[in-house]
Design a protein around this ligand. Structure first.
Ligand code: GLA
Length: 709
């Protein structure tokens, strides 16, 4: 039932369990933001009437020359937009309320609906806008942010994620000062490799994990974007987020409409971890494909054999992962190509036929072999790409994104180019890849969908590319709703809440070095839950950074996300396989806590204390698992105490160390401690793993399970 709020509505409040957003929504005027923060009572909402108002969706052209969230050009060349509120409605939906503020330009025939959707239990509010060209002449949108949030100038700090290939999601924390801070992504296809479209904003100085007021924001969009903070002489930092409009105007013919992607906003008084918990629970329930289903433990073939795929080798890897207790085997790159066999990254993308020289009995024999071993089978594809050395490119050179008259720019392998997903025939082709594989092998349970290129040339609107991508994903999901699909883009290049509604998880990074993964996974966990973060045990020396860490350390890091393996088991010793077998069994014990629990980050690797630590607690707080990883090794350091968070102070917890390699158990193994003691005093963590002298390394780590009596 839509409750039309009084046409003369003044203050309008949108609540979640612990937060409130207040607007001034007077008919005939512009929508204005009054308050966003901790939950207010009705009486307190009325008290905000004394607060200053800030334009909620500032449009370019009139009323001050501040930064605009929105701008348009009319057919007659007029560049001003003035939006006046026509009506305000608030409608309940099963998870909260939908607040819609319908505005019309005071002169030109266009409407903009400013929307807010609250997610009551998760303390999330999504905002977006919908424009309709109600006139006969074309309307061109030149800026179309998803939202703008004014934040009072106090001691405001931001934490953003930046990186590169093999170094995704590094945390950068800095105070907001006068001027501009812009986070912009122009990669085209991999919008979380160099930077992320999410940000944490601390209102109480340098952010802390467990206390202080934090606003979190995530732009739910897979393509190019821009997040902007403007700090000027006003009392506000102005935060804007939206699609990057620089190269991408939106033209609307008569009657056409355009909706921006959603900007998800959360507020927490419980620090960064509190805001992360909101993102995780909202994501698992509303934005992640199959967010309520436990993930399988898998072996992926890539770092084990790279392009060297053959039937016997795949059987062997399946035997090994099955024998260690794994549940799924994924055949990565290298299985396809006819005229051009895919033996390296120079050829064959687009030629999605099985290379029968490598797999004489096709994929079918592999699916069958997996079934016989009691595990599932998955396969790698890269549907949006081709190589200029491929049968596909020979047949359809016009399908790629390129700038006419310019030589084409070729990426990975010197030959990789991007297909123009805005074209219907290319969308049909991409859908057809999945269709072909699934029709031939309906037993396939998992697809790794990769994307290993920037869009290096202008030649296709980035918005149109993503609309085409979305159309393909919608079709794939309609046909195979149960398929598990991993989102990969040269590692974690596509971790965003815009694409995750179609994907079950993402490959967090091609960098599987355990030490660097602690930093990468830490940043990723700001916005994305462990259930979505693929974390694999790999070989040493690590193939990317050539560091040698102990197997226990690699296991203990991978076990803090969605556990898997990325290794040639044939090269492992029996003892190493035993350790992995035990780890997989232990992971099965803690999987529901890791994948569905609440994160509490305890000691940040970025604080350089020599170690890092985080934990997950079950929703009922009757179980928890804590991780402690040494990140630096110097002799004569001080014995740290692991002070927990998120436990029930009144409950009694039994301590069990998982993945134990030490000759002697910890002093507190099997003992019982109160939640209060564990949180306020904590457990002492020996700085080294006490193993046989010949087995000692400079790495040490612990995984500790806490179970309430
Ligand atoms: C990308 C992925 C890897 C692997 C290779 C295959 O780099 O991130 O995991 O799938 O492609 O070529």
């Amino acid at each position: 039932m839509t409750a039309l709020i009084s046409l003369l509505a003044g203050l309008v409040a949108l609540h979640t369990a612990n937060t409130t957003m207040v607007f001034d929504a007077e008919q005939g005027k512009e929508l204005q933001t009054v308050y966003y923060g901790a939950r207010l009572s009705d009486a307190e909402v009325a008290m905000t009437d004394s607060y200053a108002r800030v334009r909620t969706y500032p449009c370019y052209g009139i009323i001050g020359m501040e930064e605009a969230a929105y701008s348009a050009i009319q057919a007659d060349g007029n560049r001003t937009v003035v939006l006046a509120i026509e009506s305000v409605s608030q409608t309940p939906w099963e998870g909260g309320q939908l607040l819609e503020v319908l505005c019309r330009d005071t002169v030109y025939p266009m409407s903009v609906k400013i929307c807010f959707k609250s997610f009551e239990a998760q303390d999330m509010i999504e905002t977006w806008t919908e424009t309709v060209n109600e006139g006969k002449k074309p309307l061109t949108l030149t800026r179309f942010d998803s939202g703008h949030l004014p934040i009072r100038v106090e001691d405001v700090w931001i934490s953003t994620l930046y990186g590169s290939w093999a170094n995704e999601a590094r945390v950068n924390t800095e105070p907001l000062t006068r001027g501009w801070k812009v986070i912009k992504n122009i990669d085209g296809a991999r919008n979380s490799q160099a930077s992320h479209g999410e940000v944490m904003i601390s209102l109480d100085g340098r952010p802390r994990e467990d206390s202080g007021r934090i606003i979190g924001a995530a732009l739910c969009w897979g393509g190019n974007y821009e997040l902007r903070f403007q700090t000027n002489e006003t009392d506000y930092h102005h935060f804007f987020a939206g699609i990057l409009p620089e190269h991408d105007n939106v033209s609307l013919a008569k009657g056409q409409s355009f909706a921006t992607p959603h900007l998800a906003l959360t507020f927490s008084s419980d620090g960064l971890s509190g805001a992360s918990r909101n993102f995780h629970s909202w994501g698992r329930k509303y934005r992640l494909q199959h967010g309520d289903r436990q993930r399988d433990i898998l072996l992926n073939s890539w770092e084990g054999v790279y392009f060297d795929i053959n039937e016997a080798g795949m059987f062997q890897m399946m035997d090994d992962i099955a024998s260690m207790g794994g549940e799924l085997f994924v055949m990565d790159d290298g299985w396809f190509g006819d005229k051009y066999p895919r033996n390296n990254d120079h050829t064959s993308l687009g030629d999605w036929m099985v290379d029968t020289r490598k797999l004489p009995n096709g994929v079918g024999s592999l699916v069958q072999a997996a079934t016989e071993r009691g595990i599932k089978f998955g396969i790698w594809i890269e549907p949006e790409m081709t190589n200029t050395v491929s049968e596909l490119y020979e047949a359809h050179p016009d399908w790629i994104i390129k700038s006419d008259k310019r030589p084409i720019i070729q990426g990975r392998g010197g030959t990789q180019v991007v297909l123009d997903m805005s074209r219907k025939e290319v969308q049909d082709f991409a859908y057809g890849i999945v269709e072909g594989i699934m029709k031939d092998n309906p037993g396939i349970k998992y697809i790794k969908w990769d994307s290993n290129s920037i869009i290096a040339m202008d030649g296709c609107s980035n918005i149109a590319y993503w609309q085409g991508f979305a159309a393909v994903c919608d079709r794939v999901r309609a046909s195979w709703p149960d398929l598990v699909i991993q989102d990969c883009a040269s590692g974690g290049g596509r971790a965003n809440w815009g694409v995750l509604p179609w994907f079950d998880e993402f490959w967090t990074s091609d960098n599987t070095d355990a030490l660097q993964r602690i930093f990468i996974q830490w940043g990723t966990s700001y916005f994305f839950p462990a259930i979505a973060m693929a974390c694999h045990i790999s070989a040493t020396p690590n193939h990317t950074v050539f560091r040698t860490t102990s197997l226990k350390y690699r296991i203990d890091v991978a076990m803090s996300g969605r556990l898997g393996m990325e290794i040639q088991p044939a090269n492992m010793t029996a003892a190493e396989k035993d350790l992995c077998r035990k780890a997989i069994a232990d992971y099965k014990r803690i999987r529901p806590i890791v994948q569905f629990g609440d994160i509490h980050r305890l000691v940040s690797p970025y604080d350089d204390k020599g170690y890092a630590s985080l934990m997950y607690t079950s929703p009922e707080r009757d179980k928890a698992v804590a991780y402690w990883w040494k990140i630096r090794n110097f002799y004569d350091e001080h014995l740290p105490r692991l002070r927990c968070s998120g436990l029930d102070p009144e409950k009694q917890y039994r301590v069990t160390e998982l993945n134990r390699v030490d000759l002697k158990p910890l002093a507190y193994e099997g003992k019982v401690f109160s939640g209060r003691f564990l949180m306020e005093s904590g457990l002492e963590i020996p700085l080294t793993n006490e193993v046989e002298h010949s087995q000692k390394t400079d790495w040490s780590s612990r995984v500790i399970l806490l179970e309430a009596l």
